[in-house]
Ligand binder design. Structure first.
Ligand code: NAD
Length: 261
């Protein structure tokens, strides 16, 4: 039980990678704060299901990661309920696929707010108590797109490259206080975020949806396979552990060899 008596807050954990990380941390005994959107009944059954399966307290906070005030309230509630946030996973993310000259302004603002600025807010609020307790693990779920670009994803690539810079800066500021900050850089994982972008990518490139999966998504990955949620969660668990105390400021790909090209 590596995370017994620790509290982990995972943004965007009602689905996909965030949910996989929440489950992996609960299995190791952490108190969990879930966050994200979705159907209230489905979220409650997810929450209660994790609590029952792993015998850990699980809270849900529906804060909108595009709003600084909502993030402040979420963090304050987590501190009040559990006393600390020891492991912070910035995972909430959205995507929009369009050529730059047609990129809707509201989509640009939303992608930057949710995929980048939200992490600044959670980190600035979590860091003082992590430093005071001399322990903290900040794990940013970035992307292979923190390291390389793809056409038609300007906001996402800009936000993910931004997260890489934020991660390195936080690592330097936390280094003498027992606080590490690292970014996980997954390749394509077949979650709702990827499923939703297939039709738009087909439109932007003028090809079929099947061709998007074969010639765009999996073509990027030498393994020709999607990365699994469990593979990403296993790395997050390592980064949260005591064994990872000297691993900080890194961008670690889990991308089937994509960024080796
Ligand atoms: P997903 O769509 O399955 O999950 C996204 C989560 O974020 C959901 O819980 C959703 O409710 C939440 N969310 C979205 N907007 C929010 C908001 N404004 N406030 C609070 N929560 C919000 O997607 P996923 O693939 O699991 O993505 C998770 C992270 O992994 C994202 O940061 C994404 O960029 C990154 N990532 C995904 C892939 C992939 O191939 N799926 C690859 C690399 C990186």
């Amino acid at each position: 039980m590596q995370l017994k008596n620790k509290t982990a807050l995972i943004t965007g954990s009602t689905s996909g990678i965030g949910l996989g990380i929440a489950r992996a941390f609960a299995r190791e005994g952490a108190n969990i704060v879930l966050n994200g959107f979705g159907d209230a009944g489905e979220i409650e059954s997810l929450r209660a299901g994790i609590e029952r399966e792993f015998s850990v307290p699980v809270r849900y906070d529906g804060a909108d990661m595009s709003r600084a005030d909502a993030i402040e309230t979420m963090m304050a509630k987590a501190f009040a309920e559990f006393g600390s946030v020891d492991v912070l996973v910035n995972n909430a993310g959205v995507q929009h696929v369009a050529p730059i000259e047609e990129f809707p302004l509201a989509k640009w603002d939303a992608v930057i707010a949710i995929n980048l600025s939200a992490a600044f807010h959670t980190i600035r609020l979590a860091l003082p108590q992590m430093k005071a307790r001399k322990f903290g693990r900040i794990i940013n779920v970035a992307s292979a797109h923190a390291l390389v670009a793809s056409p038609f994803k300007s906001a996402y690539v800009a936000a993910k490259h931004g997260i890489a810079g934020l991660t390195k800066t936080v690592a330097l500021e936390g280094a003498e206080h027992g606080v590490t900050a690292n970014a996980i850089c997954p390749g394509y994982v077949l979650t709702p975020l990827v499923e939703k972008q297939i039709p738009d990518t087909a439109k932007a490139r003028g090809i079929s949806e099947a061709a998007v999966v074969r010639d765009v998504l999996l073509a990027a990955q030498p393994t020709k396979q999607f990365v699994s949620v469990e593979q990403v969660a296993a790395l997050a668990l390592y980064l949260a552990s005591d064994a990872a105390a000297s691993t900080t400021g890194t961008m670690i790909p889990v991308d089937g060899g994509w960024t080796a090209h």
